[in-house]
Ligand binder design. Sequence first.
Ligand SMILES: *Cc1c(COP(=O)(O)O)cnc(C)c1O
Length: 384
Amino acid sequence: MPNYGTPPLVISHGSGSRVWDTQGHAYLDLIAGIAVSALGHAHPALVEAVCRQVGRLAHISNLYLHEPEVLLAERLLHLLGGDGRVFFANSGTEANEAALKLVRRHAGAGRPHVVAAWQSFHGRSMGSLALAGKPAIRDPFAPFGFDVRFVPYGDTEALARAVTPECAGVFLEPIQGEAGIVEPPPHYLRAARDRCDETGAVLVLDEVQSGIGRTGEWFHHLAVGVRPDVVTLAKGLGGGLPIAACVGFGTFGSVFAKGDHGSTFGANPVACAAALAVLEVIERDDLLANARTVGGVLRDGIARTDHPLLRGVRGRGLWLGIVLAGPYGARVEEAARQAGFLINAVQPDVVRLSPPLVLTVEEARAFLDALPGILTTALDAEVR
Ligand SMILES: *Cc1c(COP(=O)(O)O)cnc(C)c1O
């Protein structure tokens, strides 16, 4: 279907932070399948874990337990530092659907609305899409059957006004991804936590893109010291295998009763084995430190690049938004591709870098060396 337009490349294979197209051209992959391929491509630990698991048991459904799902749930709760329970799904939008149903189930009838932020993105299925603070992707599919109130992201007072005792829950990205790597003011998430405590609304943090080491920390909410009631995870978790999690802390882990929710493929053994390998390699190879170091090199290098197309750079770890002087994103993306770098125009005037967490300083430098030429090519390109 034409929903993705026509992608510009056919990718054949990858290794580390590199991919090759079917013509044999190599690219440095600074997108990693939209912040997904945390270990890069064809990482031996991921290949081994997936091959071993598919050779033992590929699927069993939720009618039975298997060991990888139990180990993964325990591992996630340990990393999250909380006591709670995990529901496994297959994609970010499904993790948020689970969170939405959890919020509904917890709230009962007296709390008719939920709150979300302008410019937010939580996925494309009808529940998550109802939370999207982007009219262009949301409005063609309205109505959604429940009341979502939108607030400007980062505005503490607007949040306090919207989160009333009639509010069932608040959905926020701790740093907005699709909006262009937008971080709220320092005390925003704390204020959201406090307002939810005052009113009894459930605080859901969507760490689908920001989580699992992307920012140089396991989870951004831990870095800022704010504990949500529910957190959702996906993208980087499986290193390329489809897996997602909706984690409820404390009593929020036990809101669903038997029969309230389910997924045939959720907690798929192969996807769980992949996620366990991802978490193990991130820890073993200290990829959080690597994300901070190499991310710092990239960020500083971009900040020091003097070019009329550059407005600035923002983000944390290996998750950066290069802000352009106008709507040149698509042209910069194309010029980068022609120079052998995959980057993504996440907004008309913002280019996103979300490379594998294994990216090296040398690879980062190669991009920085090429960046002025890429920008000049984009500036000179004829408007199509
Ligand atoms: C990508 C993303 C989603 C949706 O994930 P899918 O796997 O595409 O359904 C949800 N929330 C955030 C913050 C995302 O970045």
